[in-house]
Design a protein around this ligand. Structure first.
Ligand code: 5GP
Ligand code: MN
Length: 317
C-alpha cells in the first residue's frame, strides 16, 4: 500500500494534477487529496493544476485555489498524477517532467503507470475511491469527505454503474457519516442541468440516429449548434448517458466538434460491448462501459470508422 504521508514527509513543494477536461472524479480526487495533504503537512506548499472545471464543482473546498493558468513553477518535490497517465495531463505535463518524484493514482485499465510510484487499480470504480483508500480515516473531515464523495458519485453514476462494488457502498456510507448535505450535492452536481444544457440535450436526442437494428445510437453536435446554444464541452455531460438509457441500445455514441474536422467522441455501453477496445483503436481509452477518443474527419467519416469497430465488438457478444 502506498503511504501518502511517508512519501511526502520531506517534500516542501507538492503538485497535483489530473486529466484535460477534468470530470467530477478527477476534480473530487484532486481536491480531496489537496485538502488532506495541506491538513496533514501544514508546512508544505501544495497546489492543484487543472483546466478550469465546471462551476457545479465550485462548492468543493479548494475549488477557487485550483490553478488553471499553468504558470512556470519551481520543480515540485512530489508531483501527483491523478485519474490519468502523464500523457493526458495537457499543460500540467511540464510539472510532471520536472518533478523530483512522481506518484500516479488511477483506475484506468489503459494506464500502464507513468509515475515513479504507481497506484493503479482498474477494478476500482473511481480515482476518488482510491484516494479515500490511501487516507488515514482519523485525518478526514466533512470537507474532505464531500470532495471524495462527489468524485465517487460522478464516476459510478450515483452508485449505479457496474463499477460500484460492495466496498464502494461501504465507503459511501462512511463518507456521508462525516455529515454533509449529500442529497443536494447529488442533485446539483449530477442531475441538475441549466435550461440551455437541457435544450442542447433535447436537440442531441432529437437528432440522434439509430443503426445496427437499434442496438447502437449516435448523435453529434457541431460547433455552429454549440455556439447557437452558447454551450461549452463541459455543458454536454450527461447526453451520452441519456442516449444509452434508450431501450434496446447496447452502445451509445455522442460526439461534439472540437476543431475543424475533429470530433471528441464519448462511448457508453449497457452491458456487452467493450467500448474501451473501440476507443483504444482510435488512440483513446477509458473503461469497458465508458470510454472516449478524439477523431479526425467529418461526422460521417468518424461514425463510419467507429461503426465498423463497434460492430466487431457487438459480434463478439
Ligand atoms: P467521457 O466520455 O466522459 O469523456 O469519458 C469516459 C471515460 O473515458 C473516462 O474514464 C475518460 O477518462 C476516458 N476517456 C475519454 N476520452 C479519452 C481519451 O481521449 N483518451 C483516454 N485515454 N481516455 C479517454
Ligand atoms: Mn475516473
Amino acid at each position: 500500500m502506498l503511504d501518502l504521508l511517508e512519501e511526502c514527509k520531506d517534500a516542501g513543494r507538492i503538485g497535483i494534477s489530473g486529466h484535460i477536461r477534468p470530470d467530477g472524479d478527477c476534480v473530487g480526487a484532486c481536491l480531496g487529496l489537496w485538502q488532506y495533504l495541506k491538513k496533514s503537512l501544514p508546512q508544505a506548499y501544495v497546489r492543484v493544476f487543472l483546466e478550469k472545471p465546471a462551476d457545479i464543482f465550485a462548492e468543493i473546498k479548494g475549488f477557487d485555489e485550483i490553478c488553471s493558468e499553468f504558470p512556470e513553477e519551481k520543480p515540485f518535490d512530489v508531483f501527483f498524477v491523478v485519474d490519468c497517465g502523464a500523457d493526458r495531463l495537457g499543460m500540467g505535463e511540464k510539472y510532471y517532467k520536472a518533478a523530483g518524484k512522481t506518484i500516479n493514482i488511477d483506475h484506468h485499465i489503459s494506464n500502464s503507470g507513468s509515475g515513479d510510484i504507481n497506484y493503479i487499480k482498474p477494478q476500482v470504480g473511481s480515482s476518488s475511491e482510491l484516494v479515500f483508500d490511501l487516507m488515514e480515516e482519523d485525518r478526514l473531515d466533512a470537507e474532505i469527505a464531500k470532495a471524495v464523495y462527489i468524485g465517487i458519485i460522478h464516476d459510478t453514476g450515483v452508485f449505479q454503474y457496474s463499477n460500484t462494488s460492495p466496498a464502494t457502498m461501504e465507503k459511501g456510507a462512511k463518507l456521508i457519516g462525516y455529515g454533509f448535505d449529500f442529497p443536494r450535492l447529488i442533485q446539483e452536481t449530477f442531475y441538475q442541468k441549466t435550461y440551455l444544457q437541457a435544450q442542447v440535450m433535447g436537440r442531441a436526442l432529437m437528432e440522434s440516429i439509430r443503426f445496427m437494428d437499434g442496438r447502437c445510437i449516435v448523435s453529434a453536435l457541431d460547433r455552429k449548434v454549440m455556439d447557437f446554444y452558447n454551450v461549452e464541452p463541459k455543458d454536454l455531460d450527461g447526453i451520452v448517458n441519456q442516449l444509452r438509457n434508450i431501450k434496446g441500445v447496447e452502445c451509445a455514441v455522442f460526439m461534439y466538434q472540437s476543431d475543424l474536422l475533429e470530433y471528441k467522441v464519448s462511448l457508453r455501453s449497457s452491458e456487452k460491448v467493450n467500448v474501451a477496445q473501440v476507443a483504444a483503436y482510435f488512440g483513446g481509452g477509458g473503461h469497458a462501459r465508458a470510454a472516449g477518443c478524439t477523431m479526425k474527419g467529418t461526422f460521417h467519416d468518424c461514425i463510419n470508422n467507429l461503426s465498423l469497430h463497434i460492430e466487431r465488438e457487438l459480434d463478439k457478444t
